[in-house]
Design a protein around this ligand. Structure first.
Ligand code: 5BU
Length: 290
């Protein structure tokens, strides 16, 4: 894979350009209460990029080769606002290739979100931000379970501090997979504990169930983000227990970002698929009342 080629062809979308389709809209107009109430600069950055690209899509880039990952960014970078990774599922991973990949993602104006689902005690979570993958050095966002208590968030924040960077934690308040054990009482506690923590960027909600999502949004309020996996234009059961809901409905129920994996990276035309998800998510935002 020719890395220089990737960097030269990937094009950063700026707000002034108004994104790939349509005129410029101000983030405050598109996002309403969420924009006004957001206290996190990262959340504002996300909303700006999403507005510029008219897309509330986070691409779950679950391809297992570096070439596959590079070509995804090249094809769909203009139509997605963030990039979600699983750094440990890439077969031919090397530190150099990953660093080039992150540079290409930044060039395409994408927040980088490692879905690591940290769950250990604070000091170990901090140490796990380092190690061979050095997640603290390239991620803007990571996921965590709150099962071990609130110190996991401080540990992750300390990880970013250790390299002079900052980032945000998305706490798993719900999951999209069937039979998961994140019951409503647990969700409530995660939201109560996470809502007031400045290191918490927001919550993962279940994109496959708009009613659950609506309840989650009511509990979370307007300040924090809710990002949702379990979204596909083909609604229904997915592979191995995954469940899918409709992208527009998820956004209208309170999701700020739909996380889409196979709907894009396994499509015969990923660019066209990314555009379709972008449009579905954007129309949900423009039509939602809260
Ligand atoms: P899919 O191909 O759109 O089903 O991929 C979904 C992605 O979102 C995949 O990377 C999962 O690890 C991730 N995910 C999820 O599906 N459900 C969850 O509750 C959480 C993450 Br948390």
């Amino acid at each position: 894979m020719n890395m220089m080629f990737v960097c030269q062809t990937a094009r950063a979308t700026t707000i002034e350009e108004g994104g790939p389709t349509g005129p410029t809209m101000e983030p405050a107009d598109a996002w309403g209460r969420r924009w006004v109430n957001a206290t996190s600069t990262l959340a504002k950055r996300y909303m700006e990029v999403a507005t510029a690209k008219r897309s509330l899509v986070c691409l779950a880039a679950d391809r297992n080769t570096m070439a596959g990952l590079f070509s995804l960014i090249e094809e769909v970078g203009d139509h997605v606002a963030a990039l979600k990774t699983h750094v440990d599922l890439v077969d031919d991973w090397t530190a150099d290739a990953w660093s080039d990949f992150c540079r290409a993602a930044q060039h395409a104006n994408l927040l980088i979100f490692e879905d690591r689902k940290f769950a250990d005690i604070g000091k170990i979570s901090r140490a796990q931000m380092a190690g061979i993958y050095d997640i603290r050095s390239w991620s803007d966002l990571v996921t965590a379970h709150l099962i071990s208590g609130p110190d996991v968030v401080d540990g992750l924040q300390a990880g970013w501090d250790d390299v002079g960077r900052s980032g945000g934690v998305l706490l798993l308040a719900q999951m999209s997979s069937r039979g998961n054990l994140l019951h409503p009482a647990y969700t409530t506690e995660v939201v109560e504990k996470g809502a007031s923590h400045s290191g918490v960027f927001g919550f993962i909600g279940n994109g496959s169930r708009p009613a659950e999502l609506k309840a989650l949004r009511e509990a979370v309020g307007d300040e924090k983000m809710i990002w949702t996996p379990g979204v596909n234009l083909a609604v229904g059961d997915g592979e191995m227990g995954q469940r899918y809901g409709d992208p527009t409905e998820a956004v209208m129920a309170g999701s700020d970002c739909i996380i889409v994996g196979s709907g894009i990276h396994k499509a015969s035309d990923p660019k066209q698929a990314a555009q379709a998800y972008a449009e579905a998510s954007w129309s949900g935002l423009l039509n939602r009342t809260g």
